[in-house]
Design a protein around this ligand. Sequence first.
Ligand SMILES: [Zn+2]
Length: 84
Amino acid sequence: MSQTVEPISCQEVVELVTDYLDGAMSPADVARFDHHLSLCDGCVFYVEQIRLTIDAMGRIGEEDVPPDIRDGLVEAFRDFKGRR
Ligand SMILES: [Zn+2]
């Protein structure tokens, strides 16, 4: 029973989301990602935004994440953690 799920940060979710939606992640990483999503509404919302963007564009690379979404979210997390 040593299947420990290592927590990942919101920042990592932002970095990994394209791989996640691409199915390019290993099952272990997907588990960590899902685990984070089960705990973090902000990231659920973020992943949903990216998913919709991919639906609209067909495909997306990390550099294609709309900067306002990406920056806005990273900003939000910083606020969230910094001043709670
Ligand atoms: Zn998060």
